[in-house]
Design a protein. Structure first.
Lengths: 142, 433
């Protein structure tokens, strides 16, 4: 599992700008950002360096911010890369709450998934030939 | 512990005799010295001499907040300015301000009434008391101050605001009892916790005298637990005296009125007729010793009931129940009467939701629109939209069930609801007239 920085936002003009500025003010570099929005609020999910420090600094600055464990898996950047991963998770009875993907160098993509239902899933993925990613491969760990 | 045991535990019979003697004095005194009462008594066809029993008070006309506004600033004073030692004024947020004066005797009695509340909290000359009510025209700060000095406490007159300093003083001065509004008490507790101080274990404070605004059971429990204190509810209103008219004893089943200084009735606000003990209605006061501003049958707008059963604490003065609402605070939403305390009560059933809230009222077409702005507690897994949406739905359903009206829930970022240092601003009414 890796750590994702999650920030609660009101769905109002300027809130995302303010939140990303707060991350910048904390001296934290972002690698990925994924937004989920509803009519009146949204949740910003980020992969960034030193996520624990980032969450602490944002909370002190008055944001509702937390670190959430998510699973990251490296897949080949080809058609069906994500589909075969999700099919395997489905076979294992693992529920996916949400997910997002990013392309990385070397013809690969990293799929980030919030999963529940199987504590052993990362080991099972590795055994089946998938490539779960450790935090060090994505961001500076704290 | 009692402050004036001979008064606080006197027999009901003696107390009623004392009340009648004083009520006769007040009615005559008000009539002789305040033109308003001469006119209102004559209009109602009564004279001071008609008062033969305590029950006869119901023959006399009421005095309303509006009458006090109409007589602004000192038209209802019964003494010349030379006898007045203090002037207080209400905020006037709901209309023209009202002014209440005190003679030296009025202040003395006020101090004694408040000191009885401190005794309930086992605070005497050995105790240290921090007053975080606002000082000034508002009666909270100086009323508590006189009470603390009367009880012989070492008083820390910090007033409201500067919350980190409040916590520093609580710690450094070894404060035993804190007096402030409930919303500010909660803010002090939360701020201490944010600073890494556990008020329940790291501070000596063991009692809190909290009043001047409504507070639900859930919020009381939260304050008592976070601060680690005995919660003592104080009731008062500036028109009648200020904080100290009634205090909650350790039995936690109502607030003992200072019946040697105030005679209470409960009336049906519609028919204006007295209701039997135990039934809810509007609280009406006749002051029994006030010299500067005697009141005969002042309608408080506060909704409560009289608890006349004897109390295990030994005090013989009757109790009022916690105020369930002020008829001024009552919102009429789409024709339904709603007290903010009802909304608060629902919220306290949701541990996922923080205690601070705000209600925004607007008009949408012909209808009132009610938006309730709340925050989740920090521990809530807000990462998952589904859980947030489910929480909103459950809360809306619970409110609908309790209040019979649809409320739009808006989850907001922490701190976007302003923390109060005095009376919390819970309702923002933007409805068109």
């Amino acid at each position: 599992m890796i750590s994702q920085l999650t920030v609660f936002l009101e769905n109002e003009k300027g809130r995302l700008a303010a939140a990303t500025r707060a991350v910048a003010d904390a001296g934290v570099n972002m690698h990925a950002l994924y937004l989920a929005d509803t009519e009146d609020f949204g949740v910003a999910r980020m992969l960034c360096d030193t996520p624990i420090k980032a969450a602490e600094k944002l909370t002190l600055a008055g944001w509702r911010a937390a670190v959430t464990p998510v699973m990251a898996v490296r897949v080949p950047d080809v058609p069906g890369g994500l589909a075969s991963l999700l099919e395997f998770l489905d076979e294992c009875g693992v529920n996916v709450e949400y997910g997002y993907c990013m392309s990385v160098e070397g013809g690969h993509a990293i799929d980030v998934l919030k999963v529940s239902g199987d504590e052993e899933i990362e080991r099972k993925l590795a055994d089946a030939g998938f490539a779960p990613v450790s935090a060090e491969d994505v961001y500076i760990v704290d | 512990m009692y402050f004036q045991p001979e008064i606080e535990t006197m027999s009901r019979e003696e107390l009623r005799d004392l009340q009648l003697e004083r009520m006769k004095w007040c009615v005559q005194y008000a009539y002789d010295n305040v033109p308003f009462y001469q006119k209102s008594f004559k209009d109602a066809g009564v004279e001071p001499g008609d008062l033969k029993t305590l029950e006869d008070i119901t023959k006399f006309p009421f005095i309303l907040k509006q009458d006090m506004r109409d007589n602004y600033p000192d038209g209802l004073f019964a003494v010349p300015r030379s006898k007045v030692v203090r002037l207080h004024a209400s905020s006037g947020t709901t209309g023209q301000a009202t002014v209440v004066g005190c003679t030296e005797n009025d202040l003395k009695h006020w101090g004694e009434c408040f000191a009885r509340g401190l005794a309930i909290c086992d605070c005497d000359e050995n105790a240290t008391m921090q007053i975080a009510y606002g000082y000034g025209l508002f009666t909270g700060g100086l009323g508590a101050h006189r009470g603390g000095e009367t009880a012989g406490c070492a008083v820390v007159p910090i007033s409201s605001g500067n919350t980190k300093r409040q916590i520093q003083m609580l710690k450094d001065m070894q404060v035993d009892v804190l007096a402030c509004t409930p919303s500010y008490a909660l803010h002090i507790a939360d701020t201490a916790i944010e600073m890494g101080i556990n008020p329940a274990t790291d501070l000596k404070v063991r009692a809190g005298i909290f009043g001047a605004e409504p507070c639900s059971q859930g919020m009381r429990d939260e304050i008592a637990e976070k601060l680690g204190v005995q919660y003592c509810d104080v009731y008062g209103l500036s028109e009648v005296m200020g904080p100290g008219v009634a205090f909650e004893c350790k039995e936690m089943s109502g607030l003992h009125l200072a019946e040697d200084h105030f005679f209470a009735e409960i009336i049906d606000p519609d028919t204006l007729q007295p209701v039997p003990d135990g039934e809810y209605g509007e609280l009406v006061f006749t002051t029994l010793t006030r010299e500067c501003c005697p009141l005969v049958r002042y309608r408080t707008r506060d909704i409560t009931r009289i608890i006349s059963e004897p109390c295990a604490c030994g005090r013989t003065h009757r109790k009022i129940d916690r105020i369930i609402g002020r008829s001024d605070d009552m919102l009429i939403l789409r024709g339904v009467n709603v007290f903010p305390s009802q909304i608060e009560q629902v919220l306290t059933g949701f541990p996922e939701i923080a205690t601070q809230y705000q209600i925004i009222l607007t008009t949408r077409g012909p209808l009132d629109h009610v938006e309730l702005r709340v925050e989740t507690v920090p521990e809530f897994p807000f990462d998952e939209i589904r859980k947030l949406e489910m929480l909103k739905k459950r809360l809306a359903a619970e409110l609908k069930g309790n209040l019979q009206i649809a409320v739009d829930i808006k989850l907001v970022e922490p701190k976007s609801i302003e923390r109060s240092e005095g009376k919390a601003k819970r309702i923002i009414d933007l409805r068109k007239e």
